[in-house]
Design a protein around this ligand. Structure first.
Ligand code: ATP
Ligand code: MG
Length: 449
């Protein structure tokens, strides 16, 4: 199908708003005679007058071609072979070769994992298909090259499938994305039901874009999410964790939460919390979560850092406090009860969303430190200032003071303490740190010969 091509004079996307690094990559490819487009969120955001998070480049150059064009380039990824082009220490432009979606009859295709480095698909001509679709319709691996049109069609939503062509500065639209940007709707490309089932994470993405951009759902897209929300249980747990973070840090988390609840997705992500909340919205428990997420949005909008652990503490705090309250009535120490309730909840939750251990421990510490932080009007808080989670614990208290009006004095005390962190008790993986073994000095003493 011929795309709609909007010439430079007829659109608002200006090169001035594209990062110099992305432009270098685009021009580098163009000079080497390859096709080079910006794709995805970069084009969408620039056309909406927003500042893009990053610029992704797509091209007809294969990953190995890219290695030849850019010296500062590294190939990454097994599921999708991508190139990272480095500028300085921390600027990276991601470059992908045009890729096609998985055709429905592809269950018996070869698995790229079986291939060696030498025969990897990086250098094979476009159109080579390497993908696996399971019986339940989910794609578990795909790494295949395609045409620009196929690359547009494999993307999730019409507004995410626009290309900006560096050759003539035009915008290329294969899917009606420009119209949907104007109508302000999120619309799946292709059959919405199929697109939900083959990659259930897309349902969470749909909610993110709707909340973040203030867009509506096109009716068939909304109907498919409503129908297929249950397939979220089959999604990859670490990808789900990545998307959950992006979702709640998108500065529109309160709205995202409402949409997740409407579609039944919230209880798929957080089953235990979902059943604790029950089906009704507007209960004090639900309102507390809305308020917590509103707080996260406000902090994010003013540039304040919110860690994943603080996010989970805020979102789960109501349920954990209620449960720990019951245990402390039976005589358990409140802080310990909060810790164990939190770890127990995460134990089940990680079957759905792969929250890293470090984050789980830290969430538990933020919550477990609250009784100490508020005891005696905050006068017992000082020892906590040596702990690495102290600022997050104080931020949590700040939210609680806004919510309840209690513990103002304790908050003032805590905010006046200088944070002086000692080394974390937990290693990288969140396990208690083991004492390093002392190395013996000098050669080992030899026994009698
Ligand atoms: P953001 O501004 O948050 O980065 P984005 O649209 O750039 O939003 P990314 O997650 O960076 O989103 O993905 C880049 C592009 O890749 C998307 O715009 C979309 O075209 C495509 N994409 C990402 N995830 C999927 C998916 N699960 N299924 C199909 N296409 C996807
Ligand atoms: Mg992006």
């Amino acid at each position: 199908m011929d795309p709609v091509i909007v010439q430079r004079a007829d659109h608002t996307l200006s090169r001035q708003n594209i990062s110099p690094e992305a432009l270098k990559v685009l021009y580098g490819l163009k000079e080497a005679d390859y096709v080079a487009y910006i794709a995805g969120g970069g084009v969408r955001d620039l056309l909406l007058g927003r500042t893009p998070k990053d610029f992704d480049v797509v091209t007809d150059a294969t990953p190995n071609d890219l290695r030849r064009v850019f010296r500062n380039c590294r190939l990454i990824g097994r599921r999708f072979r991508l190139a990272h082009v480095f500028f300085g220490r921390d600027k990276i432009i991601e470059v992908a070769t045009f890729r096609a979606n998985v055709p429905p009859d592809s269950a018996d295709s070869p698995d790229p994992a079986d291939q060696t480095e030498q025969s990897d698909p990086s250098d094979q001509a476009p159109q080579n298909h390497h993908h696996v679709r399971r019986d339940d319709g989910m794609i578990v691996r795909d790494n295949l090259f395609g045409t620009p049109e196929e690359d547009a069609l494999r993307r999730d939503f019409t507004i995410n499938a626009l290309f900006y062509n560096i050759r003539d500065y035009s915008v290329i639209d294969y899917v009606g994305g420009l119209q949907d940007l104007q109508k302000r709707v999120i619309r799946f490309i292709g059959d919405p039901g199929v697109r939900c089932v083959e990659d259930p994470v897309r349902m969470i993405r749909a909610v993110r874009f709707a909340a973040m951009l203030g867009f509506d759902f096109e009716p068939a897209t909304a109907a498919a999410i409503r129908e297929h929300h249950g397939s979220l249980a089959l999604a990859n747990r670490s990808r789900l964790y990545e998307e959950v973070q992006k979702l709640f840090f998108c500065k529109a988390a309160e709205r995202a939460y409402e949409l997740l609840r409407e579609f039944g997705l919230y209880e798929m992500l957080f089953p235990e919390l979902g059943s604790w909340l029950g089906p009704n919205t507007g209960t004090p428990e639900c309102l507390r979560i809305s308020q917590a997420l509103k707080q996260v949005d406000q902090w994010r909008q003013t540039g304040r850092e919110v860690s994943p652990a603080l996010l989970f503490a805020l979102m789960f705090g109501g349920m954990h406090e209620a449960r720990a309250g019951e245990l402390s009535e039976q005589g358990q120490h409140k802080g310990l009860a909060l810790h164990s309730v939190t770890m127990e909840h995460f134990g089940g939750l990680t079957e759905r969303v792969q929250v890293p251990k470090t984050v789980r421990y830290r969430t538990a510490e933020i919550l477990a430190s609250q009784p100490r932080l508020t005891a005696d009007g905050g006068r017992r808080a000082r020892p906590l200032a040596t702990r690495d989670f102290f600022p997050e614990a104080v931020a949590y208290l700040e939210f609680m003071v806004c919510l309840t009006g209690e513990h103002r004095e304790a908050l003032a005390q805590a905010q006046a303490i200088d944070w002086a962190p000692r080394q974390s008790r937990y290693g990288e993986e969140g396990e208690p740190r083991r004492r390093p073994r002392r190395r013996r000095r000098g050669p080992p003493v030899s026994g009698p010969s």
